[in-house]
Write a protein that binds this ligand. Structure first.
Ligand SMILES: Nc1ncnc2c1ncn2[C@@H]1O[C@H](COP(=O)(O)OP(=O)(O)OP(=O)(O)O)[C@@H](O)[C@H]1O
Length: 437
């Protein structure tokens, strides 16, 4: 088979103060018609590798060749399918419109576009949904649209970055089989990144196992399962079971500390310091101030990410992930974003409702009698309806929930005393209930 993809000495170091090297000196080939799976620990650089191959990121070192041609910009005969179909489809376009969209840029006439879209949608079982909008489809159907859009371009190489990670297990099996069928029918060359060891064995002709960050290849395993695969019998076969064990062992191998890069394993969602500065707070949370084992201010700030180590100190000071948080994280992971996204942009993505309510919560004053209530609480003398002080390090979401509960309790307390009849009736009912029990 001729070589479709030739990656030589590929490396990528992200720009910025820390200059994180995500991929280092990586070399491998993918032959035409082959389906190669890439597995590796979380954060090792799999997505960075795919983006560098597609030239969505400029490689820092090395080169990529697609059927012999040096890749210097995003190649026309290459398509990428990302995990998050919700973000990759245009919600204002019909299914057919989404599939036809990239064909316009490739200069196909209206009739050709229509024919190609109809044919590709039929091949992924969506011919009946051509005039629907993405938001009218299930998650699995939306991912089919994303796959159809990529296939409609008849790419020489299809790159897939955890394409089935966002769907349920049953849909995942269906989409895996769809990929195998389409690949057989169209002889597409596929390079697929997955977290799922079983998926890599089920789909791949070959598996590349990557090391922790910066990614390098630790093993290359041929998958001797033939082209015809079945979700039940293949997964039960001896070869399958042996291979999945082999991949799992390779992924588990601890890296000796001496070999581990200094910046390896840095959590991707760890928030930079500007994240908290952007919220107008550089203060040490009170709980951390009071604790003798609390880390210094900078550590507390850094540990506020959702991926921060789960220690009791972090628990008491870290804010839970809000939609705004995840929007920030997601935005920072954008394929074209090496630089942090501004908070305004992240708020926009989080939606006006979210950011408005977050702002409102931030502007709410603390209870005036906070210290008195805190003292009462310590004494055990706080009544159930007394306004409670905000616990140190309490998140905005938790505060909103607590305040709603307080309001409800206050409303209950203001209700008129129940009449003697009502009390008797109540008592009778509860006695009846107790008796039945
Ligand atoms: N835009 C960026 N700027 C700086 N560092 C980044 C950026 N994107 C990713 N990284 C870092 O590069 C490393 C590799 O990230 P990448 O997303 O490629 O890993 P991955 O193997 O795909 O992760 P996962 O399996 O969790 O999806 C991580 O340490 C990550 O924090």
């Amino acid at each position: 088979m001729p070589t479709m993809l030739d990656v030589t000495g590929l490396g990528h170091t992200y720009a910025g103060a820390n200059g994180h090297t995500a991929v280092s000196d990586l070399s491998f080939r993918v032959e035409a018609g082959e389906l190669t799976c890439i597995v590796g620990p979380s954060g090792c650089g799999k997505s960075t590798l795919l983006r560098a191959i597609a030239h969505l990121l400029e490689p820092t070192t090395g080169e990529v060749r697609l059927h012999g041609d040096l890749v210097t910009s995003v190649p026309e005969d290459l398509a990428v399918v990302f995990q998050d179909y919700g973000r990759s489809l245009f919600p204002w376009m019909t299914v057919r419109g989404n599939v036809e969209f990239p064909l316009r840029a490739r200069g196909l006439s209206r009739t050709e576009r229509r024919e190609r879209a109809t044919e590709t949608l039929a091949s992924v079982g969506l011919d009946a949904s051509a005039t629907k909008y993405p938001w009218q489809l299930s998650g699995g159907m939306q991912q089919r649209v994303a796959i159809a859009r990529a296939l409609a371009c008849r790419p020489a190489l299809l790159l897939m970055d955890e394409p089935f990670a966002s769907v349920d297990a049953q849909t995942r099996f269906e989409l895996e089989d769809l990929l195998l069928r389409v690949r057989r029918e169209q002889d597409t060359t596929v390079l697929l990144v997955t977290h799922d060891i079983d998926e890599s064995v089920y789909l791949g002709d070959r598996i590349l196992v990557l090391s922790t960050s910066p990614a390098s290849i630790v093993a290359e395993l041929p998958v001797d399962l033939g082209r015809e695969r079945d979700q039940i019998s293949t997964r039960e076969s001896e070869t399958f079971v042996h291979l999945r064990g082999e991949v799992a062992r390779l992924l588990r191998q601890p890296i000796p500390a001496a070999e581990a890069p200094a910046d390896a394993g840095e959590p991707r969602t760890r928030r930079p310091r500007w994240w908290r500065w952007g919220r107008g707070s550089t203060e040490i949370p009170p709980a951390a101030e009071q604790r003798s084992d609390a880390p210094p201010a900078e550590d507390v700030t850094a540990a506020s990410g959702s991926d921060a180590p789960e220690e009791s100190t972090a628990d008491s000071t870290a804010e839970p992930e809000t939609s705004e948080d995840s929007a920030t994280t997601r935005a920072a992971e954008s394929p074209v974003a090496d630089e942090p996204i501004s908070e305004e942009a992240a708020s926009e993505e989080a939606g006006p409702e979210d950011s408005a309510s977050e702002r409102a919560a931030a502007e709410e004053p603390e209870p005036a009698d906070a210290s008195a209530t805190e003292q009462a609480s310590e004494d055990g003398s706080t009544s159930e309806t007394a306004p409670a002080v905000a616990p140190p390090g309490e998140s905005k979401r938790a505060r909103r929930r607590r305040q709603a509960q307080e309001t409800a309790r206050a409303a209950e307390a203001e209700q008129p005393e129940s009449t003697p009849e009502a009390s008797t009736e109540d008592t009778g009912k509860s006695e009846g209930t107790a008796r039945r029990a």
